[in-house]
Design a protein around this ligand. Structure first.
Ligand SMILES: Cc1ncc(COP(=O)(O)O)c(C=O)c1O
Length: 409
């Protein structure tokens, strides 16, 4: 075992305090090993993970095919630049295209995939058109283009001026979207399900309406599927779940089964606008990411995980219904496949901490939405066990959140 993995959680926290920039709120836990939906810390404590890798580990921790593919590739060829051909990148693009459409550009993250989409929208078509319409509550990443696309004032605070050329409309409001389009608009960019924004699901009318608006005004329709992509919804891609065809699709998070990787897919007509010199990424589509991406898709296919995702989603749905009946302080439960938001009537971050103490990892977004992004291959027994923990913690927190009635003396 390498020396560092022997560090305790508190020793690791000390290292971070001294040497790592504190731009994340981190739990004081040193995670050292993962397998499927279980993960262990350096004290040997086991956790059940309902939020593996912040949505990246859609096959759970260390999926065997991905591990094997990377182990073999790393001894063969780690990196070559995109001035050469690599059969793994070509094969990966083919596999994505066969399951979605078009041609691929590869990068390393969700923000980078969206930057590529923003540039492509400006390059493609009429040079007078540069504006991109996005939606309030959306999240597209932290780089300046992706941040400007993210219509959440809290994320812009203190960073102005933002990149120009974005207009915003309320999510799920088709008329507002129509009004926000003008002769300089080039594209509409939308998450079919807003993830970080609180797991808000695009309505069928809205998403189909956006396709129609894009057609009427000759705009690109860009789906940001960084979170909904690669099986999360029970379909390969979220646009298939909603049956709305985009022109451009951006992917990252689970794309390479936990290894860093991002991609943009564009229909052939649109893809041809990205000519040499217009965009690039040094590490994009490197052999390690490519073989991991291929192994990810093969695992889903061979283990029939799209079907399994649906049955697991149904088990979550049933358990969540029971939880809602048991607890009055849940405002709403929103779920698409294995993307779940439980909106509480009160600030809910302490529920994440209480779950951690009880051995369950979950997330909270927007202050009051508990978010679960479980693995497709999570075991039914693990869902049952985790939902029992979650239900007890949520009900206890809800009881505490209620102000005791004042007695009048
Ligand atoms: C929908 C969506 N787009 C883009 C991003 C940014 O991805 P990354 O953190 O890989 O840059 C995220 C990250 O949470 C996301 O959820």
């Amino acid at each position: 075992m390498p020396e560092d993995t022997a560090l305790s959680s508190s020793q690791t926290v000390e290292l971070f305090e001294q040497y790592v920039i504190g731009n994340y709120r981190r739990f004081p836990v040193n995670l050292v090993r993962g397998e499927g939906s279980q993960i262990w810390d350096s004290e040997g404590r086991e956790y059940l993970d309902f939020f593996p890798g912040w949505g990246c580990n859609l096959l759970g921790h260390c999926p065997p095919r991905v591990v094997r593919a990377v182990q073999e590739q790393v001894a063969e060829l780690i990196h070559v630049p995109n001035t050469w051909h690599m059969h793994s990148q070509g094969r990966w693009a083919q596999m994505l295209s066969e399951r979605a459409f078009g041609k691929a550009f590869f990068c390393n993250s969700g923000a980078e995939a969206n930057e590529a989409a923003i540039k492509l929208a400006r390059i493609h078509g009429d040079p007078e058109r540069y504006k991109i319409l996005t939606f309030q509550g959306g999240f597209h990443g932290r780089t300046f283009g992706a941040l400007a696309a993210t219509a959440q004032p809290a994320h812009h605070a203190g960073l102005g001026p933002m990149l120009a050329g974005f207009s915003y409309a309320p999510f799920n409001d088709l008329e507002a979207a129509r009004s926000a389009i003008d002769e300089q608009t080039a594209a509409i960019m939308v998450e079919p399900v807003q993830g970080e924004g609180g797991v808000h699901v695009g309505t069928s009318e809205f998403l189909h309406g956006l396709r129609q608006l894009a057609d009427e005004h000759n705009l690109l329709l860009i789906f940001d599927e960084v979170q909904t992509g690669c099986g999360r919804t029970g379909k390969w891609f979220g646009y298939q779940y909603f049956d709305v065809q985009p022109d451009v699709l951006t992917l990252a998070k689970s794309l390479c089964g936990g290894v860093a990787g991002g991609a943009l897919l564009a229909s052939d007509a649109v893809a041809s606008s990205l000519v040499p010199g217009k965009h690039a990424s040094t590490f994009g589509g490197n052999p390690l990411a490519a073989v991991a991406g291929i192994a990810m898709l093969e695992t889903i296919q061979r283990e029939d995980l799209l079907t399994r995702a649906e049955s697991n989603a149904q088990q979550f749905r049933n358990a969540l219904q029971h939880l809602k009946q048991r607890c009055d302080h849940i405002r709403e439960i929103r779920q698409v496949g294995l993307m779940i938001g439980i909106e509480m009537e009160f600030e809910a971050t302490q529920i994440v901490q209480a779950c951690l103490e009880a051995g369950l990892l979950i997330n909270c977004t927007q202050g009051n939405v508990l978010r679960l992004l479980p693995a497709m291959n999570i075991e039914p027994e693990q869902i049952e066990r985790g939902m029992r923990i979650l239900s007890d913690v949520v009900c206890e927190a809800a009881d505490k959140s209620v102000e005791p009635e004042r007695t009048v003396s």
